[in-house]
Design a protein around this ligand. Structure first.
Ligand SMILES: [Zn+2]
Length: 250
């Protein structure tokens, strides 16, 4: 882990490297909609778990470069005005759902809650895709909500995990890399040597990975190294809480 990585400056260098190498950026809904995909592209996804102001900063860096991404907002990080402003600048707003965890595994109640929340989002912005939040303090995986229903039942184009095949062995060969754990190293991506943002920039510049699906959590990125140090301290606290709970639930 390089604690000096994950600054907005590093994020900008990542965007610029991909643009210079001829990559197109696609929000999740556009990727799912596309009949014809560009030769090189990045599906760009952001899960807004905390600190929505960080998402606004990230979106501005992208808009400045005409880059569009998907922002998955939780009910706790959804602000109608901000969401609308982001959507007007071309970003996709999706629902980062955690209804099964909130309803303690009750599928029927989770479905009703999901529908209510989705409707509340849709009063302000169009929502075409959703994405499960990994509720670390709950024994219930939110993706289990789909045992008896499908995204189409809610007029959705897809779900960020279920609807997209990733991995070097899949037909599209889409490589999924996430900044979870403050490293881009993602098991199953086939490019596990990529850990820092610099590594990722070099992988992009190499041209060897024309199809990327990147997940960056805005709350993990920061304006400078001092701000970043406090983020890392917060994250380390959260990680050890998750570890303790993980042990409880086995
Ligand atoms: Zn999340």
């Amino acid at each position: 882990m390089n604690i000096f990585d994950y600054t907005f400056e590093a994020y900008e260098s990542l965007l610029d490297a991909a643009l210079a190498a001829g990559y197109a950026f696609l929000p999740v809904c556009e990727y799912l909609r596309a009949d014809d995909l560009p030769d090189r592209f990045v599906v760009l996804r952001h899960d807004v778990d905390r600190r929505p102001a960080n998402a606004t900063r990230m979106a501005a860096l992208e808009s400045h470069r005409d880059v569009a991404a998907t922002y998955y907002l939780r009910t706790a990080t959804f602000d109608p005005e901000t969401a609308r402003a982001m959507a007007e600048r071309g970003h996709e707003i999706g629902y980062h759902y955690e209804d099964l965890a909130h309803e303690e595994g009750d599928l029927g109640a989770a479905r009703r809650r999901f529908e209510r929340n989705l409707e509340a989002f849709r009063e302000h912005v169009p929502v075409e895709t959703v994405c499960a939040h990994g509720s670390p303090l709950s024994p219930h995986a939110n993706t289990d909500m789909w045992e008896r229903c499908s995204p189409a039942d809610f007029d959705l184009r897809g779900e960020a995990y279920r609807s997209i095949d990733v991995g070097p062995g899949t037909p599209g060969g889409l490589r999924y890399l996430s900044d979870t754990g403050r490293t881009w190293r993602t098991p199953g991506s086939g490019i596990e040597r990529v850990a820092t943002t610099d590594d990722l920039v070099r992988a992009i510049e190499s041209g060897a990975y024309p199809r990327l699906y990147l997940l960056a959590h805005p709350c993990r990125w920061a304006g400078g190294t001092l701000e970043l140090a406090s983020r890392v301290a917060w994250d380390l606290g959260a990680e050890s809480a998750k570890f303790a709970v993980g042990k409880l639930y086995g």
